[in-house]
Design a protein. Structure first.
Length: 157
């Protein structure tokens, strides 16, 4: 880690345990589908491994393709994922920070890339999320905040 870099991340222990349990449930569901179902079984016994499979895919997708860490540096803001390429955003490209009730009560950051507005969801599970949001607000010059985020961000002017 560089001297001028601040890192905020989802607790690695929680994310690791979640992925391990999801993989174990995936193995069980596949094993049960291939070896445990017979034609005489009730419909729920036939359906349950598919329900588990659906939930496992959802959990794995959430943990592997959502923001894992936020890196705040002097020149840019970077979001890193486990199985997705990192997103690097210049401070001047950041436009809006809002709390989206429609998007599962998520914190949404809007930025401009090649003339197109894009959004990234910041998970609430990030350690010290309030400090991270305050640093983002401090470094992004033209940041627009919604009413809720105005109550969360400390203005140090």
């Amino acid at each position: 880690m560089k001297k001028d870099e601040k890192v905020f991340r989802v607790p690695p222990f929680i994310r690791t345990i979640t992925i391990i349990f999801a993989l174990l449930a995936l193995v069980w569901a596949i094993y049960y589908i291939t070896n445990g179902i017979s034609q005489t079984d009730k419909w729920f016994k036939k359906l349950s491994p598919f329900i588990v499979l659906f939930l496992v895919v959802s959990v794995l997708h959430k943990n592997l393709f959502t923001v894992n860490s936020i890196h705040i540096e002097d020149n840019f803001l970077q979001f890193r994922f486990i199985l997705k390429r990192a997103i690097r955003i210049d401070w001047t490209a950041i436009k809006k920070l809002e709390f989206g009730v429609k998007r599962r009560n998520a914190i949404c950051l809007t930025y401009e890339e090649n003339g197109v507005d894009k959004q990234i969801i910041i998970p609430r599970g990030i350690q010290e999320i309030i400090s991270a949001l305050n640093l983002i607000a401090k470094r992004a010059q033209n940041l627009e905040l919604d009413d809720f985020m105005k109550t969360v961000i400390k203005n140090e002017t």
